[in-house]
Design a protein around this ligand. Structure first.
Ligand SMILES: [Zn+2]
Ligand SMILES: [Zn+2]
Length: 324
């Protein structure tokens, strides 16, 4: 263990020091870099899907032993006192702080985190496998919860990145009679979706053979939303799992036609951040299924390369930086 480094980083009250071994690369990092959800102050260390081992503890941090493996997700802290926090919805707390945006994150060999916002990682996962579960998986889990889907109803996924491919696996386990329809821009993603059990995969603007009860959107664009609304059953729900939308195709919204896209009680709901219970429940579920994400590993020095590849959607699966 790099003891001197661990001494350089100051642990605050209730915080643990984590020696990071793997950290997932997420589209939200592009949103931070490109200014859609900018960090409030610079410099900041990105990264909110970190897995590592406890290397020290600040005063009043008693939950973990030195050497214990922990994960850190997007939620770094919340006030703990407001109505949202008390209801377990700390993801919408006004004082919500995000790892790697409002506090230094896991693109690093060491990081600190409040111990109440670190999670034990089930043994069946390697560090690199666990990393993408902490964001893409947990937020995917929250998105799936927010669809209110019942077993046997049709689920659509528009966009087929790291989160969606995990949602497809979760859905097949939790809702074995549900058919999943995937809308993705590349043939590769569509093939991957079918391989994982989607009954249908097509382009964003293709019409699936059946109407869908819920659709989860994980794209950075607007067109998939307009297209998705058209494919919902009456009373169906579109869940938008995107921290920000890019402005490139915003004029697509002008194509929104009330009778086609919204009438008959169709709903739109966004997913904001992630609560601790989403991460805990999802890690348990992922171990039970089990869900092991396909990962592509990069060294910490290759972080920019990983981000560029993510932006250009060059390969399937989740990208993970290795610190060792
Ligand atoms: Zn993320
Ligand atoms: Zn709060």
């Amino acid at each position: 263990m790099a003891f001197p480094a661990s001494e350089i980083i100051r642990r605050q009250k209730g915080e643990i020091l984590v020696q990071v071994s793997a950290c997932g690369v997420c589209h939200t990092e592009l949103d931070e870099i490109e200014g859609r959800t900018p960090p409030p102050a610079f410099p900041i260390i990105l990264g909110h899907q970190a897995v590592g081992r406890v290397a020290g503890a600040g005063k009043k941090a008693t939950k973990f032993q030195t050497g214990e493996r922990v994960g850190v997700g997007w939620i770094f802290s919340a006030c703990g006192r407001c109505a949202a926090c008390l209801a377990g919805d700390e993801n919408v707390c006004e004082e919500f702080r995000a790892t790697g945006r409002d506090a230094n994150g896991g693109y690093a060999r060491f990081m600190t985190v409040p111990e109440n916002f670190a999670y034990q990682i089930p043994d069946i996962f390697s560090d690199a496998e666990a990393a993408p579960l902490l964001c893409a998986g947990a937020i995917g889990y929250r998105s799936l919860r927010l669809t209110n889907l019942k077993d046997g109803q049709n689920l659509g996924l528009t966009g087929f990145g790291a989160s969606a491919h995990l949602v497809l696996k979760m859905t097949r386990h939790k809702y074995p009679n549900t058919s999943v329809y995937v809308f993705a821009r590349s043939q590769k993603e569509q093939d991957f979706a079918r391989e994982l059990g989607a009954v249908w995969a097509g382009n964003t603007e293709d019409e699936p053979p059946e109407k869908l009860h819920s659709i989860i959107d994980t794209t950075p664009a607007w067109k998939p939303i307009v297209e998705a609304l058209k494919n919902l059953v009456c009373g169906g729900r579109l869940v938008i799992n995107a921290i920000r939308k890019e402005d490139g195709d915003k004029d697509c919204l002008l194509k929104l036609n009330y009778p086609t896209h919204l009438w008959l009680e169709k709903e739109i709901k966004s997913v904001a951040n992630v609560a601790r219970r989403d991460i805990c429940e999802f890690l348990r579920l992922a171990a039970e299924i089990p869900i092991k994400p396909e990962v592509q590993e990069f060294s910490l020095e290759e972080a920019n390369k990983a981000l560029v590849e993510l932006k250009e959607a060059r390969i399937r699966g989740a990208k993970v930086l290795r610190m060792d």
